[in-house]
Ligand binder design. Structure first.
Ligand SMILES: [Zn+2]
Length: 481
């Protein structure tokens, strides 16, 4: 069995040498995902999907608590819908998959496989919304979308992925803006408190905004290779779509007015972020709140009298305390094999219980995040375990925060910007004049993009980092996924 134990570790690429390969090794070996038969598609395995289900549960609570309801709209969209909003079609056209033939016949009008659902939802809203009494319209849907991407990587960029998309219509521009920021805040709070990932929040530049939006806001996270990942977006769509889809309502004053719209979404990308923010050389490190198994119990010398009974008792106590627990009583693999497997899968804490532990009235525990070993008294083990899980959750967030802070640099001229992006890796904070040409120049020289203009604007220089003209915005620049 010793040979097998070794395999687990040695087949994961060195996280410090080849981060992309490390990522691929971890997600495949932890059985979160596999490649689908069609290039660019992924099969989400049970372990990955369980994480997605927890994300759904947590987000659904928040989406519903803010007044939204879930619904479902069709996968197929008439091509003409997409063409109605010029910027929207231009933005999505290169990635759209079409159905041109079905039922053995060529279709009179090609159908688009939804890359996002603004258009089809708007077509329904124009029927459903008549009066200010119908507003605000607050609907969310959980579904898959298809974007035919050229280069793909499981969870981060795939031709088909899962997400939620909220679509709302309001009476006034102010209400739409308030909704846009409210949902961004929901995402930030969720990401920080559940995923233990610190987020930078702010507005996107026009170049980076959603095709058809007035303004896009995002939550951005920093991965352990110094690259940023856009983890969620919230768009103020203004009246762009409501005008082309004729979503009008009778206002309180009796006038016909166009509605003000928002949309917002997060995707299975979040799972990729979890892996890249918290993982280590042994594999995944999952924050307890999002771990399908928070605690795994490993019986040691299970054939000895009492061991199984105590393990079952501890399992039931943890379960009763709402801790997601798994008793690994397989006798087909060694204890060492199990240690490696659960470490690879990022289970936040394991409890070993053997004859000596029972004699001492304790379980031997190991924290996945620090690999620290300690004992917990069997008496009151549920409360003590929960306290440890809470500690792990906090520690992971703080560690990620320290990493982000240590990888955020200020630049006041172009050389510093390039140096920060190329050598130091991470976010570079620098001033920008607001011209697209400067944004393009930064991208050309460094491949980095403007991640966001943070809400908390500061003036770290008077001039644009690129052209030297007066600066208008502080921007977080980074290479990104
Ligand atoms: Zn400039």
């Amino acid at each position: 069995m010793a040979g097998k134990n070794q395999e687990f570790v040695t087949h994961i690429a060195d996280i410090n040498v080849d981060f992309p390969q490390w990522y691929t090794d971890v997600i495949l070996k932890a059985e979160m995902v596999d490649y689908g038969p069609v290039k660019g598609t992924m099969v989400i395995g049970p372990y990955g999907y369980e994480i997605w289900e927890l994300i759904q549960e947590e987000l659904n609570d928040r989406i519903k608590a803010t007044g939204h309801r879930n619904a479902y709209f069709p996968l197929f969209i008439p091509e003409s819908f997409l063409k109605k909003e010029a910027e929207h079609v231009e933005g999505f056209a290169p990635e759209v998959a079409y159905v041109t033939k079905a039922g053995g016949e060529v279709l009179a009008e090609p159908l688009v496989v939804r890359p996002t659902s603004e258009t089809i939802i708007c077509s329904m809203y124009s029927k459903w919304i008549q009066s200010y009494r119908d507003l605000p319209m607050l609907i969310n849907q959980w579904c898959n979308v298809v974007r035919w991407e050229k280069s793909t990587r499981p969870f981060l960029r795939t031709s088909e992925f899962l997400w939620q998309e909220g679509h709302t219509v309001h009476e006034t521009a102010e209400q739409a803006q308030e909704e846009t920021l409210k949902m961004l805040e929901v995402y930030r709070e969720f990401s920080e408190n559940v995923l233990a990932i610190p987020m930078s929040t702010g507005r996107k530049t026009d170049k980076e905004k959603f095709a058809g939006a007035v303004a896009t806001y995002s939550i951005e996270a920093l991965m352990q290779d110094g690259k940023a990942l856009q983890a969620g977006t919230s768009h103020n769509l203004g009246q762009h779509f409501t005008k082309v889809f004729d979503i009008t309502f009778q206002s309180r004053e009796g006038r016909q007015e166009y509605g003000w719209q928002t949309s917002w979404g997060v995707t299975t990308r979040l799972i990729g972020a979890l892996v890249m923010v918290h993982g280590d050389q042994r594999g995944l490190v999952l924050p307890p709140k999002i771990a399908p198994i928070e605690i795994v119990i490993l019986p040691i010398a299970a054939h000895k009298p009492g061991v199984t009974d105590v393990c079952l008792k501890v399992r039931d106590e943890l379960k009763a305390a709402d801790i997601r627990v798994y008793l690994d009583d397989r006798d087909t693999v060694s204890a060492g094999w199990k240690f490696n497997e659960w470490e690879l899968k990022g289970v936040p804490m394991r409890l070993e219980i053997g004859p000596r532990d029972i004699e001492n009235g304790v379980a031997t525990a190991l924290r996945r995040d620090t690999l620290e070993k300690f004992t917990l008294p069997l008496e009151g083990i549920a409360a003590a375990s929960q306290a440890k899980l809470d500690e792990i959750q906090r520690a992971l967030y703080e560690k990620a925060m320290r990493y982000r802070d240590a990888h955020t640099f200020d630049a006041t001229n172009f050389d510093e910007l390039v140096k920060g992006l190329d050598e130091s890796r991470g976010y570079v904070r620098a001033m920008w004049c607001g011209d697209r040409a400067c944004e393009d120049a930064v991208k050309e020289r460094t491949s980095a993009t403007a991640r966001c203009m943070p809400f908390k604007q500061e003036t770290i220089a008077d001039t644009c980092v690129c052209c030297g003209k007066p600066a208008k915005h502080l921007v977080f620049w980074a290479k990104a996924y």
